[in-house]
Design a protein around this ligand. Sequence first.
Ligand code: ADP
Ligand code: MG
Length: 611
Amino acid sequence: MLSTQTIALLPDYISNQIAAGEVVQRPESIIKELVENALDAGADSILVIAHKAGKQSIHVIDNGSGMSKEDLLLSIQRHATSKIKTSQDLERISTLGFRGEALASIAAIAHIEIKTKRKDAEHGWSLTAEPLQDITLEPCITEIGTQVIVKNMFFNVPARKKFLKSDLVEFRHISETMYKSALGHPECRFTFYDGDTLVFDVQASSLQDRIKNLYGREVSEGLLPIHHESNEVQITGFIGLPHLARQSRAGQHFFMNQRPIISRSLAHAVFQPYEHLIEKNMHPFFVVNLSLDPTKVDVNVHPQKHEVKFEYERGIYNAIHQAVGNALSKAHIIPEMQFREQIAQQPFERLSISTHKESSIDSGGSYVNRLTGEIIHHRDEQFRRYDAPEITKQHRTAFEHLFGTEPELVMPIQEQIQIQERVFGSMWQLHAKYIFIQNADGVMIVDQHAAHERIIYEKSLKALNMQAMQGQTLLFPIVVQLLPEDRLIFDQIHADLEKLGFRFSVEGHQISVSAVPFDIMAGTEHLALQDIITQFREYETIRPHGSRDNIAASMGCKAAIKAGHTLSESEMQSLIQDLFACDMPGVCPHGRPIILEMQLREFDRRFGRTS
Ligand code: ADP
Ligand code: MG
């Protein structure tokens, strides 16, 4: 008789292999899981060695609790964990692991060897396992703690092996994870080798020292501490000054109860106060720790555990936003008033694409209300037509409440925040250095050199990228002879310099300058070329952006009026006008503030006037 049963339970080794696909995607995932286990075991020193970007072997050694023989055997079984026992435990997770599937998943797709010894044990135990083979378990001599060696990853899943990227790419993933682990646990020593090359060895320290040891002096000197404490969440950590912003997000780190997490809405909460301080496509540096009650957050959203769901996402968004804004305005990087005013003008902003390229969050239409921190997720079609069946009454009311319009419209989001036309009152100059301007709310103080630098910088960038500027022809051309290293730079950038208004003719070693940009001050023409090249060379070490950005910054630095330069009323007027016509009037090309604002309210408070 034909059997009618077509459904069969999969054998363990197949179901393990399927499940492994979710946990173990690349060598980096193995390292992440093994380091988490070491931290959960209370280790305060962890050594990681990755051979051939982990494709050949991965070795993780910790000095944590170690395991007994019985636990060692169980540890590689699926859903075997010492970290939770009941479903209540699942709601208040305080360890990094809890799913009990990492070791089982690794053992399903690679050769694994674990050596472990508990503090009170006479000797250790060594286990080796590989898919479809018997497990061996024998006594061994080893240090207190646990060592795990993983070899031949994906040897039995060739399809997945094929999808591994080049060593360089895989190593970059590993390195990112190692940086994150080390930043999340400054109390633990981390030693990390790429083959036999030491990548870093960082001793237990404060978070600030950990950042310094990992990222170097430039970063550690550009940090601002942040702090916030409420019933919902405690926030600590550091944010970087605007000049530390980078084109990639590699310098952005969130930890929730010491677990690295990714969240594009929270990343936006950090980014938002930097708006107008950094270019749109740049990402500020930060290490932000959130501590909150583990029952108020769900970490069991994804097998890799880096996405979390907060009960009070909105409150946390606000708290981060405020903590970052406070730190920046305390350091006088952003004027407090300007910060609020800009948000009120345009409270809605589209969230940028996912913070992690492999994240499963979709990057479709999500908006944040920057006044309330509300995150609005929606798909365009849902809101486009009033009578679309997907629109529930609830959606509609929420939408109307938030936007004051019916949801038949596409969301009225402006891409850019316009700085309103400002009416400026009287101006005066302090020590030929700062310009004081009375405005409706109090007084604005502008650093004249930094302001002029910003103006020339933006103008030069436009000239370089869009429309070249005419220069001022010199009556008598200036002949310049450059040092060989400067000559190399000249050859590299002279076409761009011509766009700024320079005109050259080159004869052998000599360069004859027959026109200079109008911004070059009369009487300094003969030094202009040499000065700009010198500046360019100096900036090259600290401004790893494109060279046009550097040329514009060098031009700004060379041509801007200096402190000590007395300005007439009308010169001040036009300087301020030009400044506010800039895309980013608040910060000079090196990230220092240009404008401070003091509110009348603040004066009243200090003078003890109550209202
Ligand atoms: P989980 O971490 O989710 O519990 P794992 O598969 O990663 O699941 O580990 C299974 C169990 O093995 C852990 O719960 C823990 O008891 C034990 N274990 C794993 N790694 C270590 C280690 N480095 N030191 C001590 N115990 C470990
Ligand atoms: Mg684990």
